[in-house]
Design a protein around this ligand. Structure first.
Ligand code: FAD
Length: 582
């Protein structure tokens, strides 16, 4: 096959994993025991966003003196209650039972966890958890786990495709046959073939104008799956982290409250004592984020913009040992030394509970497209439901990365597809992408950055901590208009591989192609869900409504180009839905 007058670069594998974060690496490590695996990442894997995770990973190890009665079932209960009963209970139970094994596996691979005096892995309290069960490596847990897994994948000979950008999936009769990528260093389109593709492309926080997420978190896997007809599930559930650093939105880990940090308003009141008398600052994130936002909205914040996260009473020694990264960030970005003064914080976008829809009757992480699987933050498995507990996401990535790898090896290689059909589908997609690039060059509309900024502001202003019909309606219609502007968007200098080399203008446009769909679905699903549950709080429907909305939302684009809503039952059966009290 030829493109731009050059022979197409095509490579064959048993499986392709898109994403070099914790979930992708863990799946790669498992699958490469028997299969030929390609691991594709738009950045060098150790720069994946998993490396930013600070606080820790949950597992009922019972190492903490106050945690000896902890168990996987108690972990599952906390997770399901925290999810406001929207999580699929079989998936949660599986994750919590695997948790101690996955942490011990990390330890045996050499992950340098912080330890108690007796040598056991240290654990700290985290929000919404009945026991101190979050294992950590100071406040750099994601960094050490990412490096540990990367080393193991290198040792095992996983084939890495660093700085290759997934553009689209290639599909033959509802079966995945591979992916088409842009090789950033050469500007060439490269096809990778495999009958199994695992999407592990991380979150999509950058659809909001301010987020704790890195700029690479643009939901590329979610966008590609959606274009291929896989629904987006539960995208209305957006986690706003209670403690983002005022001014830069960098995360101040929940570990800071886990170590004893308190939240104080401008009247020097510890307001969480009234909101959640038992859990206090360690209530689930949705509750603390709403409490902080209410303090600010009702005039009890500082400069009408933030409250204080006070660590000063912890003492210099503990802060330096347990929260060194938090201290450095607050000094560098806010000029505040947390040993001496409180840190200014407010709620900000942090995590996406929703993502690529998974099949009701399939294995965990399996999608409706034959051969396509989704793991990690880009997937909606769903173990977090309407609100994720801190420390459960790192856990999800490794547990389901390993589980999908094991499941695929157990199932064996899927049936092959006829070569002629694969080539036909590849030619079609190459044509489409070529036409897209030509159209973008010929257009005379706005630049990607202008559309992206407007998209982020629309979500920040209208689909935030507190939501209501009018604002959601506004977001839906503004995002529809932005879709039209996106169609007319202009990018120059992308017609040849030479001028596509490390062309970040093109990259931002390809990312926007994914983000704009996710943003539209987020607003659409938020308007549809006329109840308050977990992180989705509607001031016009302030109660949870199990009768009408104990359902997963599944959004698809209809043939007429409009968004349509389907639903999927929540898997219950272990814990009866009850009102949440903390
Ligand atoms: C600041 C911060 C702190 C956090 N702290 C914690 C914590 O303490 N505990 C916890 O449990 N959770 C935490 N989380 C959440 C957790 O870190 C993430 O949910 C998790 O690490 C995501 O892992 P992942 O493997 O799904 O994706 P990521 O680690 O985000 O990796 C995504 C991968 O996909 C690749 N990719 C993306 N798009 C493309 C494309 N188009 N083509 C090719 N490759 C692509 C990227 O290059 C990257 O390798 C935190 C999150 C943030 C933002």
């Amino acid at each position: 096959m030829r493109l731009d007058g050059q022979k197409m670069n095509i490579k064959n594998f048993d499986a392709i994993i898109v994403g070099g974060g914790l979930s992708g690496l863990r799946a790669g490590l498992e699958l490469s025991k028997k299969w030929k695996v390609a691991l594709v990442s738009k950045v060098v894997p150790v720069r994946s966003h998993s490396g930013a995770a600070q606080g820790g990973i949950n597992a009922a190890l019972g190492n903490h003196p106050e945690g000896i009665d902890d168990s996987p079932k108690r972990h599952a209960f906390d997770t399901i209650k925290g999810s406001d009963y929207l999580a699929d209970q079989d998936a949660v139970m599986f994750m919590c039972e695997e948790a101690p094994k996955i942490v011990v596996e990390f330890e045996s691979m050499g992950a340098p966890f912080s330890r108690f005096e007796d040598g056991k892995i240290a654990q700290r309290p985290f929000g919404g958890a009945g026991f101190p069960r979050t294992c950590y490596a100071a406040d750099r847990t994601g960094h050490v786990l990412l490096h540990t897994l990367y080393e193991q994948c290198m040792r095992q000979g996983v084939s890495f495709f660093d700085e290759f950008f997934l553009i689209d999936l290639i599909i033959v009769n509802n079966k995945v046959s591979g992916i088409i990528t842009l090789e950033l260093a050469t500007g060439k389109l490269v096809i990778l073939r495999a009958r199994t593709v695992i999407l592990a492309t991380g979150g999509f926080g950058r659809i909001y104008s301010a987020s704790t997420n890195a700029v690479i978190c643009t939901g590329d896997g979610v966008g590609a799956a959606f274009r291929a007809g896989v629904p987006m599930q539960d995208c209305e559930f957006v986690q706003f982290h209670p403690t983002c650093l005022y001014g830069s939105d960098i995360l101040m880990s929940e570990g800071a409250r886990g170590e004893g940090g308190i939240l104080v308003n401008n009247k020097n009141e510890r307001f969480m004592l009234t909101i959640a008398p038992e859990a206090r600052e360690l209530a689930p994130r949705d509750i603390v984020a709403r409490a902080i936002t209410t303090e600010i909205n009702e005039g009890r914040g500082f400069e009408d913009a933030y409250v204080h996260l006070d660590l000063t009473h912890l003492g210099a020694e503990r802060i330096k040992e347990r929260l060194p990264g938090i201290r450095d960030i607050a000094i560098d970005f806010a000029g505040v030394d947390s040993i001496e003064a409180p840190i200014p914080v407010h709620a900000g976008h942090h995590y996406s509970m929703g993502g690529i829809g998974t099949k009701f009757d399939g294995d965990f992480c399996e999608t409706s497209l034959d051969g396509l699987w989704a793991i990690g933050e880009n997937a909606c498995v769903s173990v977090h439901g309407a609100n994720r507990l801190g420390g459960n996401s790192l856990l999800e990535t490794a547990v389901f990365g390993r589980a999908v790898g094991r499941k695929l090896l157990e199932r064996g290689l899927p049936d092959s597809i006829q070569q002629t059909e694969i080539e036909k589908a590849e030619k079609e997609i190459l044509n489409q992408i070529n036409k897209l690039f030509q159209k973008w060059e010929l257009n005379s509309g706005k630049k990607p950055v202008e559309i992206r900024e407007k998209m982020g502001e629309t979500l920040n202003d209208n689909v935030f901590v507190f939501r209501e019909e009018k604002k959601l309606e506004k977001a839906v219609s503004e995002l529809k208009e932005l879709q039209i502007e996106f169609e007319n968007m202009v990018i120059t200098n992308i017609s040849t591989p030479e001028n596509r080399r490390y062309n970040y203008g093109l990259l931002r446009a390809l990312e926007l192609r994914n983000m704009i769909d996710i943003a539209e679905v987020t607003a659409f699903a938020s308007r549809w869900r006329k109840e308050s549950r977990g992180a989705h709080f509607r001031t016009d429907y302030p109660s949870r409504n199990d009768e009408d909305f104990l359902l997963h939302s599944m959004v698809l684009r209809n043939e007429d180009g409009e968004l349509g809503m389907q639903t999927k039952p929540v898997k219950l059966g272990i814990f009866e839905p009850k009102p949440r009290e903390y």
